[in-house]
Design a protein around this ligand. Structure first.
Ligand code: 5RP
Length: 231
């Protein structure tokens, strides 16, 4: 029987919002898993919980407003109590690939500013090693993107594809473009992240290394939680 992945994502999201307490500032992730979390937080707000959100995309901001979640101005220096977000892949050390939805830059800024970073996935996102089935998104400056892509190809010995939407380059909310790198397997995500960010033109990578504090996995047998240590 086919798994209802959306139900697994929702179950993980419902577990995650149990970690949100009255008065908290919450980093709101982006994507189909994070959407369930925003909706569940909306219910909490309508039941009287006081919280404020920092959205990681316009899409999430729109949903949060619809749900009645007060948002903090992007220009503020936030203190985020907990950031909750999905991921495209999770390895056994809880390192992530993110950016399938193109929001990786804001997502990483928010995760890095949060006292606690909770990651939500359905069981299909867990992999023995990052890479392989999911390309690594890298956000780059549009100026000279072709040269940046060549430098990334040289470093990774992997093919690099400019992300498109409706036949045109996909632009992030910050006005950058995304290069999707088809790596066979990422043996050392930290080393790769550092090497990639040294290439001129690279703004940010979809590698989230050593940032997860808690992983919540929706599985066919129930929700599993895994505390992690930042490294
Ligand atoms: C967006 C992201 C998402 O968290 C990631 O793509 C997972 O999305 P989904 O929950 O829809 O599978 O990084 O930039």
């Amino acid at each position: 029987m086919a798994m209802d992945l959306d139900a697994l994502k929702r179950a993980a999201a419902l577990k995650a919002v149990e970690y949100v307490r009255d008065g908290m500032v919450v980093g709101l992730g982006t994507g189909s898993t994070a959407k369930h979390m925003v909706m569940a937080l909306g219910e909490k707000v309508r039941s009287g919980m006081q919280l404020r959100g920092v959205p990681t995309s316009q899409e999430t901001a729109t949903l949060a407003r619809e749900q009645g979640i007060p948002l903090i101005d992007a220009d503020n220096a936030w203190v985020i109590d907990v950031a909750i977000d999905g991921a495209d892949q999770v390895d056994p050390a809880f390192n992530l690939i993110k950016g399938g939805g193109g929001a990786l830059l804001k997502e990483k800024i928010v995760a890095a500013s949060a006292k606690q970073f909770i990651v939500l996935v359905d069981q299909t996102k867990r992999v023995p090693a990052l890479g392989g089935s999911f390309p690594l998104p890298i956000e780059v400056i549009p100026f000279g993107w072709g040269s940046t892509a060549r430098a990334i190809e040289g470093l990774t010995k992997s093919s690099v594809i400019l992300r498109e939407r409706n036949g045109s380059p996909f632009h992030t909310e910050a006005g950058h473009v995304i290069l999707d790198v088809h790596l066979a397997r990422i043996d050392n995500p930290r080393e790769l992240e550092i090497a990639l960010t040294l290439i001129p033109g690279v703004v940010e990578t979809g590698l989230f290394v050593g940032r997860t504090d808690l992983l919540i996995v929706g599985t066919a047998k129930g929700v599993e939680t895994y505390p992690a240590t930042r490294t």
